[in-house]
Structures are given as structure tokens and as C-alpha cells.
Design a protein around this ligand. Structure first.
Ligand SMILES: Cc1cc2nc3c(=O)[nH]c(=O)nc-3n(C[C@H](O)[C@H](O)[C@H](O)COP(=O)(O)OP(=O)(O)OC[C@H]3O[C@@H](n4cnc5c(N)ncnc54)[C@H](O)[C@@H]3O)c2cc1C
Length: 330
């Protein structure tokens, strides 16, 4: 299974950049293979997404207005919440979209660093409502996928930013991993680590709509995994959300003296709810996080559908066609 990045499961979408276009705009295409299970179209009630307003030759400059660690200080997988402000420059975004960051300096070959993609963690009307800003959830990469020590270029640059620093940004990207906007639409969010960024954005937008009293929301379910509670970003704020607003389930895979639990285990435990959601055309599923989670999550959804007699072979194409299953793993 591949990633939904700006060039992955959206690769077939007319509003999305092609892999070639992204390569020329500075992204590595390696992180952008296309998944075949995920939707390449947005939900029918999604808002219109602007994409590719700023490319690598014409980046926009944002100012850092905040940078705080959002998991327990000192844990592995140090993760930061970074707020970027665009001043008077247009940078319209939607929940589920991502941006590209161009780290300053050059690589080992003396070429400018390529841009890295980061999901937007704030709602469409700003990290602070009514402001032209957005937030990111960035994990400081200190080892590669094989566990060898490495200093990730962009993630370390971002995590070390200070208020007032300038950042070169391109994008926005993404025209299918977007939330439904119609009343009573349900959202099932399945994520690990920084995959929580788009889920935070969608949840916060729904929370603001609820506060306005003018929107009748459907159910929100969140299945969130991390190695430990200490490593999980936004653990504190998530605990404060009202239970009648969002149904939250955590899975921790490395809690001492506890069995390993993954998000797919949580899905299986809630199979009755998931079955109902799979059958309800008002429900959209979002999966985001490390690539390694995707297969397990899809297998759990398949087994739940099959055990309920729905037939995954029947359900999966419907979800994909109707813009109801969105995958973004990296
Ligand atoms: C669509 C999309 C959305 C993304 N959203 C986010 C996000 O919201 N937050 C976020 O933190 N990252 C996100 N990423 C990952 C991000 O783009 C970078 O790949 C990541 O920050 C590493 O970049 P780097 O420059 O620090 O590391 P690099 O210098 O590019 O790589 C250093 C080494 O680390 C390895 N590596 C790369 N990424 C990771 C990783 N995530 N974990 C462990 N090892 C890694 C590489 O294989 C390489 O060996 C997203 C990626 C995509 C495609």
C-alpha cells in the first residue's frame, strides 16, 4: 500500500499535481507511491480545495508565531506543534491538505534541499480562528526507518524554529483527503503519531461548528495509536474533548508490562460500530500515519466487513468511488 501524499492516492485527481510536476516542484517522488484502495475523489460535500498556489520557484514566506512540544518532553519521537502565519498573503487551506517546507541550505551534492510535505493540523479558518495562520505537527527525525541514527533535515529545522523566524512554504497540496461538510456526516479517524495532524484539523473544525450551534454533526470516532502515552501528541487536550462530541480510543504498543495494542485491535473491538459506519453513506474513513500501519488497518476493515456479511469486495469499491476511504501514510 502506498501513501496518499500530494502525488499519491490523489495522483489521478484532476485537481492534484502529477508526480512529475511534484518532482519538478522539489518533492522526492519516493514517498509518493499510489495506493489502490484509497479514494482519489473527495467526499461529495467537501469544500473546494485550492492547490499549488505556490511552487518551488515562487515559495511564500511565513513567520513562525509558535513552536511547542506536544508530547512529554524527553520522550523518543519528540513532536512539535508549530504555528506559521502568512500575514496579508493569500494561503487558503482545508483540513486534510498539506504544505511543503523548503529547508534552507544545500544537500551533500550542493543542491538546494528538496521540499518536505507536512499535513496541516489546524482548521480552515486558522489555528487561531480568524487569523491567517496554520499549524503543523512535526516529529523530530533522529533515526531512519531501520533505527540508525540520522538527523532529518526538515524535521530538525522545523522543530528548532523560534518565534519570528521566516520559513519558505509551497502548496497547498491535496484535493481528495478532505472532510465532508454535510450535516450528520460521520467521520472515522484512524491514525498514529503525527498522522494525528489532519485529524486534529477536522476535529477542531467540527468543534468550532458545534460551538456556533448552527451545524448538526454526525458521529466522530478517533482511533489513535502510539508507542506510549507519553509519546502520543496532544494527549492532554484530547482528554478534555466532551465524550458526546467525539468517541476516542487509544492504543499503545510499548507500555511496559502491557500487551501490545495497535489501532487495528481497537477497530476490531468496535466492530459493531465500524460495521454500521461502513454501511452508512454519510460516513467517511481517514487513515494517516506511518506507512507500516496501513496494511493492518485495511485488513481489520476487510475482516469486519466480511464477518458482518457485507463483503469487503463489495464495500471497498463503494468506499473508494464515493470518496469515503482516504489513506495518507508516509
Ligand atoms: C503527505 C505527507 C504528509 C506528511 N505529514 C507529516 C506530518 O504531518 N508530520 C511529520 O512529522 N512528517 C510528515 N511527513 C513526513 C515528512 O514529509 C518528512 O518525510 C519527515 O519529516 C522527514 O523529513 P526530514 O527532512 O527530517 O528527514 P530526511 O532528511 O528526509 O530523512 C532522514 C532519514 O530519516 C528517514 N525518515 C524520513 N521520514 C521519517 C519519519 N517520518 N520517521 C522516521 N524516519 C524517517 C529517511 O528515510 C531518511 O533515512 C509527511 C509526508 C508526506 C508524504
Amino acid at each position: 500500500m502506498g501513501a496518499e501524499s500530494a502525488a499519491s492516492s490523489e495522483g489521478a485527481s484532476a485537481a492534484s499535481p502529477s508526480v512529475a510536476a511534484l518532482s519538478s516542484s522539489g518533492f522526492e517522488s519516493a514517498a509518493t507511491t499510489q495506493t489502490h484502495m484509497g479514494s482519489t475523489v473527495p467526499p461529495w460535500s467537501a469544500a473546494h480545495a485550492y492547490t499549488n498556489l505556490y511552487g518551488v520557484k515562487t515559495p511564500i514566506t511565513a513567520s513562525v508565531v509558535g513552536n511547542v512540544q506536544v508530547n512529554d518532553a524527553g520522550t523518543a519521537n519528540e513532536t512539535h506543534h508549530i504555528v506559521l502565519d502568512f500575514g496579508a498573503m493569500p494561503f487558503p487551506v482545508l483540513e486534510g491538505q498539506s504544505i511543503g517546507i523548503i529547508p534552507p541550505g544545500v544537500d551533500a551534492q550542493g543542491k538546494p534541499h528538496h521540499a518536505r510535505q507536512y499535513s496541516i493540523a489546524s482548521p480552515r479558518n486558522g489555528e487561531r480562528a480568524g487569523y491567517n495562520n496554520l499549524s503543523l505537527t512535526v516529529k523530530r527525525v533522529v533515526e531512519d526507518h531501520e533505527g540508525q541514527p540520522v538527523k532529518g533535515v526538515a524535521s530538525n529545522y522545523l522543530c528548532d524554529l523560534e518565534t519570528g523566524d521566516s520559513v519558505q512554504v509551497i502548496g497547498p497540496f491535496g484535493a481528495s483527503f478532505l472532510m465532508p461538510n454535510h450535516p450528520k456526516s460521520n467521520i472515522v479517524m484512524i491514525c498514529t503519531g503525527t498522522g494525528s495532524a489532519p485529524m486534529r484539523a477536522m476535529t477542531e473544525w467540527r468543534r468550532r461548528l458545534r460551538q456556533s450551534g448552527k451545524f448538526e454533526s454526525g458521529k466522530l470516532m478517533l482511533f489513535f495509536g502510539a508507542r506510549t502515552q507519553q509519546e502520543l501528541p496532544y494527549f492532554g487536550p484530547l482528554q478534555k474533548l466532551p465524550k458526546d462530541f467525539i468517541d476516542i480510543h487509544f492504543a499503545f504498543s510499548r507500555t511496559p508490562n502491557q500487551p501490545k495494542r495497535y489501532v487495528q485491535d481497537l477497530l476490531r473491538e468496535r466492530s459493531a460500530d465500524i460495521t454500521a459506519m461502513l454501511q452508512d453513506a454519510n460516513t467517511c474513513f481517514y487513515v494517516c500515519g506511518l506507512k507500516s500501519m496501513e496494511e493492518g488497518v485495511l485488513h481489520a476493515l476487510r475482516d469486519i466487513a466480511n464477518e458482518a456479511g457485507l463483503g469487503w469486495d463489495v464495500v471497498a469499491p463503494v468506499l473508494k468511488r464515493e470518496g469515503r476511504l482516504h489513506l495518507e501514510t508516509y
